[in-house]
Design a binder for this molecule. Structure first.
Ligand code: ADE
Length: 233
């Protein structure tokens, strides 16, 4: 998968060199190109924002640098697929990101992420690229971040680990929270007793069916208690 990220804070994405995704990157499973939006702002101060038309608080990101940057990325990519690349703008006004969405986006060959700051991006940028191709606004949840960067890091991590070959043992992707509509069961390792707290006897039984049943019951109980909204009516 190829990803392009447009931001005014490129160094946010330095952490993508670490851990599993860093390895995926160096093994060529995930290509990440980070672009500084200010490279497409040509005045002396490399201005990317201006006051909101019609008045109001805060600043809005100007359309021209976005247009130049996104056109450049679209022109430079050799996208041979019938579908144009998907442009994602993280926004608290977007659809809420889920594991199902991560799975769907992991099938895309090319994702472009546009990180907004301030009070957002001039609406004409979304309209222009939606008319010319594919655009989605995606939210991390019902709270407000100071910009899209942290949301894009979370999305790339959730999507990247689903790419073939990124996680060593693909079985570990199956039994985790949200993959089967339930939260994950609690996990334990050695020692069997720590500070007087014992690993549940079922897990030490060696009986695979009993272990599977215990884990399912735990997942169900935890989901009922913490996230009843995930369970069918
Ligand atoms: N930018 C600001 N808040 C956000 C959120 N909740 N999700 C995605 N992008 C955002």
């Amino acid at each position: 998968m190829r990803t392009d990220i447009v931001t005014i804070f490129p160094s946010y994405f330095d952490t993508l060199e670490l851990s599993l995704l860093g390895k995926a990157k160096s093994r060529g499973l995930l290509e990440i190109h980070v672009h500084d939006l200010r490279d497409a702002a040509h005045d002396r101060h490399r201005t990317v924002d201006d006051t909101p038309t019609g008045g109001g608080a805060g600043m809005v990101m100007k359309p021209e640098p976005w247009g130049e940057m996104l056109d450049g990325i679209l022109d430079s990519a050799d996208d041979t697929d019938e579908q144009p690349p998907l442009i994602i703008f993280p926004s608290p006004a977007g659809e809420v990101f889920t594991q199902a969405m991560a799975r769907e986006l992991a099938e895309e060959p090319h994702l472009i992420f546009g990180c907004g700051r301030y009070e957002g991006i001039d609406q004409r940028v979304f309209d222009e690229y939606a008319d010319r191709g594919r655009v989605r606004l995606i939210s991390m949840g019902d709270y407000v971040l100071t910009g899209g960067e942290v949301a894009v890091l979370a999305m790339i991590e959730a999507i990247g680990r689903l790419l073939p070959g990124v996680v060593g043992n693909p079985e570990s992707l199956v039994e985790e929270s949200h993959e089967q509509g339930l939260l994950e069961y609690p996990s334990y390792t050695k020692p069997a007793k720590w500070r007087g707290r014992e690993v549940p006897a079922e897990l030490l039984s060696g009986n695979h069916a009993a272990i599977a049943q215990w884990r399912h019951e735990q997942a169900l109980e935890r989901t009922k208690r913490v996230r009843p909204d995930l369970l069918p009516g």
